[in-house]
Design a protein around this ligand. Structure first.
Ligand code: PSU
Ligand code: MN
Length: 303
């Protein structure tokens, strides 16, 4: 088990088999602009609480892994420009240096599963980047999901990625992907990515059952619950495709690669769509947090 400081609400809920939803901090520090990000961080926690589950936002604060952040921790993360974005491999370094850092899907999943949290909500997963065939840029989210027993609610993978390659890797790595009320794999800013799923689960209760069965089988990987943005809220396709092409060209020109690629492209989208992509991004994470809370609640009633 990873040594972490749990908020008293999270500790109580875990001790009594209550519903807990993990939330990540990279999305706050590097995925959304200040001060919207701070408001979103608080809104996500309120959304989870309103459904009757306990939110557990995860980050490293002054060298300590925290599960459940207080107001001042959230401020530190939200003023994120000099906060590192860290995957599982970086944890030891950040703790040794007593720095604060934002955790990605990979490191958040790792920490959450290790303290006994079963549900995690994010926006879009990391995966295989376009041109990964020669850059080798594949998110550590994939490796972690292959060996971490947690259910992650996401609107698919970020649309800036190579979506079909990411789906192939998820299959190879043994990560179960199920659509929530859909067989169309979501496209993050868009309802559909153009790629299909093999499983559609229709309710939070059915997904809670699935998580329980998966655990009984001692399956070691994660379950991805793919929750699409509502059609009437998605980013228009032409706008999305145009901005993505322009963003990738701008990234190349600016020499952006590796872990800077995602924050650069998300910011490019927010700017070039005049806030439309930001609105969709917020809708997506809120909807995922709510669904994760509903599933966590059902699961707590099963156990
Ligand atoms: N999805 C979002 N916004 C984000 C991310 C995902 O809507 O900021 C972050 C997550 O923390 C994810 C990370 O784990 O991007 C993946 O980054 P990379 O591709 O560098 O591994
Ligand atoms: Mn990468």
């Amino acid at each position: 088990m990873i040594e972490a400081k749990l908020s008293s609400q999270v500790a109580d809920a875990l001790a009594t088999g209550g519903a807990v939803v993990a939330l990540e901090s990279t999305l706050i520090a590097h995925g959304l602009p200040y001060p919207d990000n701070l408001a979103v961080a608080k809104q996500l926690e309120a959304d989870v609480l309103a459904i009757g589950a306990v939110p557990a936002t995860i980050a490293v604060i002054n060298g300590e892994i925290k599960v459940g952040l207080n107001e001042s921790d959230l401020e530190i993360i939200a003023h994120g420009s000099n906060i590192r974005k860290i995957g599982p491999r970086d944890l030891a370094a950040v703790i040794t240096r007593k720095e604060s850092a934002a955790t990605t899907v990979a490191s958040t999943s790792d920490i959450a599963a290790s303290v006994g949290i079963k549900l995690f909500a994010t926006g879009g997963l990391g995966g295989v980047h376009r041109e990964a065939n020669y850059t080798f840029d594949e998110s550590a989210d994939l490796t972690t999901l292959s060996n971490t027993p947690i259910a992650v609610v996401a609107a698919g993978v970020k649309s800036i990625l190579d979506v079909p390659a990411t789906l192939e890797r998820l299959e190879t790595l043994g990560v179960l992907v199920v659509g929530y009320q859909t067989l169309a794999f979501p496209g993050f800013y868009q309802t559909e990515s153009g790629y299909d799923l093999e499983w559609c689960f229709d309710s939070a209760a059915e997904i809670a059952d699935l998580i329980k069965t998966h655990a009984n089988l001692q399956s070691t990987g994660a379950i991805v619950v793919a929750n699409p943005v509502k059609k009437e809220l998605e980013l228009p396709k032409q706008l999305h495709d145009d901005v993505l092409l322009a963003g990738m060209a701008a990234a190349k020109k600016a020499g952006i690669s590796g872990k800077q690629a995602t924050p650069f492209l998300l910011e490019f989208f927010h700017r070039e769509t005049k806030g439309e992509s930001l609105r969709v991004n917020i809708d997506v994470v809120r909807s995922n947090a709510k669904l994760a809370a509903e599933i966590a609640l059902e699961l707590s009633q099963l156990r």
